[in-house]
Design a protein around this ligand. Structure first.
Ligand code: SF4
Length: 355
């Protein structure tokens, strides 16, 4: 069952309750939600918002299940301290903070602030005060080691955009709505939208894409839910996506044209020359003819778009893969135009680009 079907579609609040519009904060796609609130102000239901201009009623399995998290008997609602025997003892907030200070101070004293790392989950990232408190705590401790879900999910893309465009805001987004070819690596959009994906109607965008004859290629070691739903599977050995991307760059190197605004492309193509399709086939496990077919599809596509996500970001060459993917889009003429890899106006504004 698809996530959007599992959540139901009723728009009316149950009798005696009011309905409010909000959005899911579990990931940065921010799918629209409607929540039912009873007379005492308690949440009693969460449903997809079919009138949301972007998500249009799409939610993944997580979005509307949050009440189960909020009401779960094992939800942490007060501090617990782990005991030597492995059990947990409830303590007051004052005791918890005293415990924290007693544990942290000796570490700071003995090893310095960078011996301490902080990690921020998405719900706190999407909470203004929580995010500010996180930064405040890191500064108070003096540690440079700040991690978040982005460290696993998308930091490599952000660093790649800083390398490619000089600004971390300028991360390309697929224009799947107008593309006729799409290459996806390490992502499983049938289960949940990806970071920097933002599709109209969520995963239904892929249904529309397939319906109008778009060619979808999904590179993934696993036969994912997306592969089962849309096909186009290219199995690959885990962590070897970079070799496929370099091989594709090498196959398409003849498309390179001098451009005064571009530097470093020759160096990247020199690196790509070390990974011709034959070598990439051995490294990735993808048959040589399939790699050649892929490069030919990209070459022939009128409008091709490219996307990689967590499966590649977490691999050994996440940042280089993101640079190579952007280069593939540029080299094949699929950068910053309809049906290609595009840049949102909001990101350009944030980056200080005036045009
Ligand atoms: S894709 Fe899922 S987790 Fe992300 S915002 Fe939408 S409903 Fe929430």
């Amino acid at each position: 069952m698809t996530a959007e079907k599992a959540t139901g579609s009723a728009l009316q609040a149950p009798r005696g309750q009011t309905q409010k519009k909000t959005f899911c904060r579990i990931c940065e796609v921010h799918c629209g939600l409607r929540v039912d609130v009873d007379a005492k102000g308690a949440l009693t239901g969460i449903r997809p918002d079919h009138e949301h201009p972007v998500s249009q009623g799409y939610v993944c399995a997580k979005g509307t299940r949050f009440l189960e998290v909020a009401n779960h008997p094992q939800r942490l609602t007060h501090p617990l301290v782990r005991q030597p025997d492995g059990t947990y003892q409830p303590v007051s907030w004052k005791e918890a903070l005293d415990y924290f200070k007693a544990r942290i101070r000796p570490i700071l004293h003995a090893s310095g602030p960078h011996a301490i790392a902080l990690y921020l989950g998405t719900p706190v990232i999407h909470n203004a005060l929580g995010a500010l408190a996180y930064v405040g705590l890191a500064r108070a401790l003096g540690t440079r080691n700040m991690y978040s879900v982005g460290s696993q999910d998308n930091d490599s893309k952000i660093v790649a955009s800083r390398l490619v465009h000089g600004n971390e805001w300028i991360v390309p987004i697929m224009d799947l709505e107008h593309a006729d070819f799409a290459l996806l690596l390490g992502t499983n959009p049938a289960v949940s939208q990806g970071t920097y994906m933002h599709l109209r109607g969520g995963t239904t965008a892929f249904d529309r894409f397939k319906k109008r004859g778009g060619e979808l290629v999904i590179v993934d070691p696993r036969r994912t839910e997306s592969v089962k739903r849309w096909g186009g599977h290219v199995p690959i050995h885990p962590g070897t996506d970079i070799f496929l991307l370099l091989a594709l760059l090498h196959e398409l190197r003849d498309l390179s044209r001098p451009n005064a605004r571009v530097s470093g492309l020759d160096e990247l193509l020199q690196l790509a020359a070390e990974y011709p399709a034959e070598r990439a086939a051995r490294l990735t496990g993808i048959p040589l003819e399939r790699i050649r077919e892929l490069s030919s599809s990209i070459r022939q596509a009128e409008r091709a778009t490219f996307f990689l996500s967590v499966g590649v970001n977490q691999g050994p060459f996440g940042t280089l893969s993101a640079v190579a993917l952007q280069t593939l889009a540029y080299l094949s003429g699929n950068f910053d135009q309809e049906g290609a890899c595009c840049f949102s106006r909001g990101a350009l504004y944030s980056a200080g680009c005036s045009n």
